[in-house]
Design a protein around this ligand. Structure first.
Ligand code: NAD
Length: 453
């Protein structure tokens, strides 16, 4: 581990990663790597999580390829020094911001989208000219192994390396003299990462989780809301950081919404999801037990069956739930959707703003005024009006949390910026020298007073 970090730091110092042509070449190589390894990636995702080929391709491989394409299209302009204006005091000088790579970056990934969440930050880190160490999740070991194999085949370890292992390995990595840490995972582990990074003053990005609400107001297009919520919630069996964690529905439209939710669950996942090969399983026994225990909260309206053998839990809707129930105490991260009912939007904003700031929020309703009210009164990472998850696949939208749901953001230019230090430069003229700043200048004080008022 120490050797890899030392090698990468030396390689970075030699300047290999700095040029536009090198970065572009590496992004093209990554795209080629994803095509060559498409089959092993899909098979590993099937093996570790029972992900369907469609879901795996769309949410992992296609996502990464589109992110690479976006970087390839924009990289040259992102790398250009950015000219800025200057005050009168700087007459004669040129002022600009240079984007420079940090050096050696550690990327720590979770298991739920184990390819996408390991490699999407790598795209930004490489585009910004860094060397990279990837620590995949140990809970998806087949994917972790495939990641290691493919990176080894395409990149020298002094540039990109995969270090496999659990929390002990991660802790050891965190003791190395890294230049940047990019972490995706849970809130409690995020705290540990930040504490470790603080010891060496290493900058961090924390992409965390939490309870993200969906709100369905009485003027929403109910059937469409149900369809988009079912898709956002039960994709990957609810193991999505930005999945709607729970649902707030206005009491006037509750019955209609519940009916549509159940109809779409059946349409998307069949009447027997537990035996549906296309339906993702829960990652391991510990998480299966944790999520299954939430079935004791409230009343089961639909779903509720589990299969311990294949670790699947039916898409489930829970009614009669309160904030005191265990299912409302922490992020569910599984295919269970608790429903809370409300009378007024003030009630909803009041409740949500008492809790930690969510990573995502989804509001369904037609009134622009109400949409604006929600957006301006609740702080959250990002989200959608009348949809779920879709904001994450627009490369022009930075993705990240706020408060307990995370620090910093990435995707598209936000990735490039995250992995670049903004170096501010004043390039001074030598053709003349304004004397008013120097001690003893007779006009200095009066000029300053004229400039600054
Ligand atoms: P996790 O925090 O348990 O693990 C994430 C990574 O940290 C893994 O690589 C793991 O090996 C490592 N790790 C675990 N314990 C550690 C410790 N004590 N010290 C150092 N490293 C440690 O998260 P997870 O279970 O893999 O993922 C689920 C969580 O991630 C959920 O909370 C979810 O919301 C969040 N998440 C967030 C995003 C996002 O983009 N914001 C995306 C996916 C998942």
């Amino acid at each position: 581990m120490q050797t890899i970090v030392q090698q990468q730091k030396a390689w970075f110092k030699e300047g290999h990663t700095k040029s536009y042509s090198f970065r572009k070449e590496q992004l093209l190589t990554m795209k080629k790597m994803l095509s060559t390894f498409e089959k092993p990636i899909l098979e590993a995702l099937k093996f570790d999580l029972s992900k369907s080929e469609y879901e795996a391709y769309a949410s992992e491989i296609a996502f990464l390829k589109s992110e690479i394409d976006h970087h390839l299209k924009q990289l040259k302009s992102w790398m250009e020094p950015q000219k800025v204006k200057a005050p009168l005091t700087h007459t004669g000088s040129k002022n600009f911001i240079m984007k420079e790579p940090y050096g050696t970056v550690l990327i720590i990934a979770p298991w739920n989208y184990p390819v996408q969440l390991a490699l999407a930050p790598v795209i930004g880190a490489v585009a910004a000219g860094n060397t990279v160490i990837i620590k995949p999740s140990e809970l998806t070991p087949t994917v972790s192994w495939v990641l290691k194999k493919m990176i080894e085949q395409y990149f020298p370890p002094a540039f990109i390396a995969v270090v496999e292992g659990d929390k002990e390995v991660t802790q050891e990595l965190l003791d190395q003299p890294l230049d940047y840490i990019f972490f995706t995972g849970s809130v409690p582990v995020g705290r540990i990462i930040m504490e470790k990074a603080a010891k060496r003053l290493i900058p961090v990005t924390l992409e965390l989780g939490g309870k993200s609400p969906a709100i369905v107001h009485k003027d929403a297009s109910i059937d469409l809301a149900a369809k988009r919520i079912v898709w956002g919630k039960f994709t990957n069996a609810g193991q999505t950081c930005i999945a709607p964690d729970y649902l707030y529905v206005h009491h006037e439209v509750k019955a209609e919404l519940m009916k549509s939710l159940q109809a779409y669950i059946q349409e998307f996942y069949s009447s027997n999801p537990l035996n549906n090969e296309e339906y993702t399983r829960i990652v391991n026994k510990a998480h299966f037990d944790r999520v299954a225990a939430y079935l004791d909260s409230g009343t089961i309206v639909s779903g509720g069956a589990v299969n311990e053998r294949n670790q699947k839990i039916e898409p489930t809707i829970l009614d009669q739930v309160s904030w005191q129930d265990p299912v409302m105490q922490e992020e569910i991260f599984g295919p269970i959707l608790p429903i809370l009912t409300y009378d007024s939007l003030e009630e909803v904003t009041g409740q949500i703003t008492e809790k930690p700031k969510p990573l995502a929020l989804y509001y369904f309703g037609e009134s622009e005024e109400d949409q604006q009210e929600i957006l301006s009164s609740i702080s959250f990472g990002g989200g959608c009006i009348n949809d779920t998850l879709y904001h994450i696949i627009n490369p022009h939208l930075p993705f990240g949390g706020v408060g307990e749901s995370g620090i910093g953001s990435y995707h598209g230019q936000a990735s490039f910026d995250t992995f670049s230090h903004s170096k501010s430069i004043t390039k001074q003229t030598t053709k003349f020298d304004q004397s008013f700043r120097y001690p003893g200048s007779s006009l200095g004080l009066s000029i300053m007073k004229r400039i600054f008022g």
